[in-house]
Design a protein around this ligand. Structure first.
Ligand SMILES: Cc1cc2nc3c(=O)[nH]c(=O)nc-3n(C[C@H](O)[C@H](O)[C@H](O)COP(=O)(O)OP(=O)(O)OC[C@H]3O[C@@H](n4cnc5c(N)ncnc54)[C@H](O)[C@@H]3O)c2cc1C
Length: 429
């Protein structure tokens, strides 16, 4: 951590201790002179939409908030596996930002942000416009590193979808899943760490299996080719697969498959050092990195992610830019919608502290990731987190146990339904 950064943390904590008076003094006079300070948020997912909403709502009109997202609607990746399993419709998981505009006076711009000039404090858009900011929030999610899997590309993803960014990709995957016949196989290539939603691939395998089982496809198999030696909630998934889908799921870690040599999507083949796996459906989930705008803004590290200040979610490169969600290096927090939503509230509070008289309190973060293995068989993993000088650190955690009662598993699933409704309201209402 740089000395410059330590100084800023100290100042922020000092401000928090002194409360409103100190925050007011810290606010540059020109911001007041020019009228309302401007916050621009790029990305309208759980990070960006939550930050925009909390800044606008809690500042009671004192801060001008503009939300930029490339799309007119937002389909959540969370619950997209449940859409594959027919537990949710595509409409159920698709939302928009209309209420943020109507209820909180947020300006929504539908455009792709192509660049950030941090010296001039402007964001450039693909429609040629430039938007000025006093504080910038970036929550652009992930980019897919297509060439991390030999033979894979954006073009190939049209026939072998990753569906790791929700929308048309998710629909392609669903169409291909629904078109399978008994005896046809699915091959999933799972992503290396770190990636969006650690249990996501394995919940997806469960939903694939749920659909095949429901159709009575006893001769179909799901092969998972994993670059990782272990995965999130592994014991719970393996127990669930053996219980609900015996013999249907075959998971291969790197010790067994020895490395992925090539994907031939047209031939429906994944070649590994160990064997060639054939599937009528290939679901290839490559490595990931922060969304392009984070790179354009010059905020990413060598691994492609944005280091942040654990106390505030400010970028370590620029105190006036906050970065949220999947794009960040968030210590012990996984890349999840729950995490992004939690981080957004910390950032919103600090931005209000920067720009108005609002109090700033110590950051607290939380996450829970639920997964559905089979109808009413839900499991979860989660933690509470606190910032340290080094990272956002887990301070207490919990995980579902193998052998739990059907009743508890059903409760866990129902809890996840409540969480989904809650986060959607927290983002979009
Ligand atoms: C299959 C699957 C299941 C999942 N299940 C869960 C779950 O159960 N629980 C959970 O908590 N999380 C889950 N997740 C993870 C969750 O979806 C992500 O962690 C979360 O969406 C990250 O939020 P974000 O705000 O960082 O980015 P995103 O949600 O990706 O939002 C980014 C937004 O920014 C926009 N954007 C990006 N760049 C630009 C630009 N330059 N200009 C304009 N707009 C731009 C994009 O269009 C997008 O709307 C799951 C993910 C997957 C793939």
């Amino acid at each position: 951590m740089t000395q410059k950064f330590k100084t800023s943390i100290t100042r922020r904590h000092f401000g928090a201790l002194l409360g409103a008076g100190a925050a007011t003094l810290a606010m540059p006079a020109y911001l007041r002179a020019q009228g309302r300070p401007r916050v621009v948020v790029v990305g309208g997912g759980p990070g960006g939409a939550t930050a925009a909403r909390y800044i606008a709502k809690d500042s009671n009109g004192e801060i001008d908030v503009t939300l930029i997202d490339a799309n007119e609607t937002f389909t959540t990746c969370f619950f997209s596996n449940l859409y594959l399993g027919d537990f949710q419709s595509f409409d159920d998981i698709t939302h928009n930002w209309d209420q943020l505009v109507a209820n909180h006076g947020i300006t929504k711009i539908t455009a792709y942000a192509t660049g950030v000039d941090r010296a001039a404090k402007t964001v450039t858009l693909d429609n040629g416009d430039t938007v000025e900011y006093d504080r910038l929030v970036l929550s652009p999610g992930i980019d897919i590193v297509y060439d991390s899997v030999p033979g894979y590309s954006e073009e190939v993803s049209e026939i072998a979808p990753h569906a790791w960014r929700a929308g048309r990709q998710t629909q392609i995957l669903k169409e291909k899943l629904d078109a399978l016949e008994d005896g046809q196989h699915i091959v999933m290539v799972a992503p290396p760490n770190p990636y969006r939603c650690p249990p996501g691939p394995y919940e997806r395998v469960s939903m694939f299996a749920h659909v095949l089982k429901r159709k009575g496809f006893e001769n179909s198999r799901i092969y998972v080719i994993d670059p990782k030696e272990a995965f999130s909630k592994q014991a719970l998934f393996e127990e669930g697969w053996a219980r609900h889908y015996p013999g249907m799921v075959e998971w291969y870690g790197p010790d067994i498959h020895g490395g992925i040599l090539n994907v031939d999507a047209k031939a429906g083949i994944v070649e590994t050092d160990f064997d060639t796996f054939e599937g009528a459906l290939l679901n290839i989930i490559p490595a990931q990195r922060a969304g392009a705008i984070a790179h354009e803004a010059g905020l990413t590290n060598e691994a492609g992610w944005v280091p942040i200040d654990p106390y505030t979610m400010r970028s370590q490169e620029d105190e006036e830019v906050y970065v949220l969600g999947d794009a960040t290096v968030a210590g012990d927090m996984p890349k999840s919608g729950f995490s992004a939503n939690s981080q957004a509230k910390v950032a919103a509070m600090n931005i209000r502290g920067d720009l108005t008289d609002a109090n700033v309190f110590p950051a607290r973060y939380a996450n829970t990731c639920w997964s559905l293995i089979e109808t009413d068989d839900g499991v979860k993993v989660g933690a509470q987190y606190q910032p340290t000088d080094e990272k956002i650190e887990s301070v207490s955690s919990f995980i579902s146990q193998t052998g739990e009662s059907d009743e508890l598993r059903k409760e866990t699933y129902e809890e996840s339904l409540g969480w989904y409704d809650g986060i959607i309201e927290d983002m979009f209402s």
